[in-house]
Design a protein around this ligand. Structure first.
Ligand SMILES: [Zn+2]
Length: 122
């Protein structure tokens, strides 16, 4: 059996899995390949061999990425826009802290909203 290439997005180890799906009156067994690190999936192949081939073909860097946006590029652009230099360790460290702070604030805001809704409904 051909081996799965590492994830094209994060380099993580990939696996295959059998998926059993049902809708009223029907069922389907398909084979998915997925990244164990970031959960990127290649879904719906008829056989495990096809799932591996589909995964490995997507992992080929020469794949046509017209219309796709690179995460690396977006992170780099956002860091640039906010005045952080992603090539400088201290600066990228600051950018990461900024992102974590933003996430934390959103979480706190969400918790506060949930609590105020709970109080209102009592
Ligand atoms: Zn991945």
């Amino acid at each position: 059996m051909t081996e799965l290439k590492p994830c094209p997005f994060c380099g993580g180890e990939a696996r295959t899995t059998i998926v059993r799906s049902t809708i009223p009156g029907y069922f389907r067994i398909s084979h998915d390949a997925y990244c164990m690190k970031c959960n990127t999936e290649q879904r719906g192949a008829e056989t495990e061999a096809e799932a591996i081939t589909a995964w490995n073909e997507r992992a080929t860097p020469s794949a046509d990425l017209t219309g796709w946006v690179s995460w690396d590029e977006i992170v780099r652009q956002e860091a640039d826009r906010l005045g952080y230099n992603v090539d400088d360790w201290d600066s990228i460290n600051g950018f990461c802290l900024f992102l974590l702070h933003k996430i934390e604030l959103k979480t706190l805001h969400r918790q506060a909203m949930a609590e105020s809704t709970e109080v209102e409904s009592e």
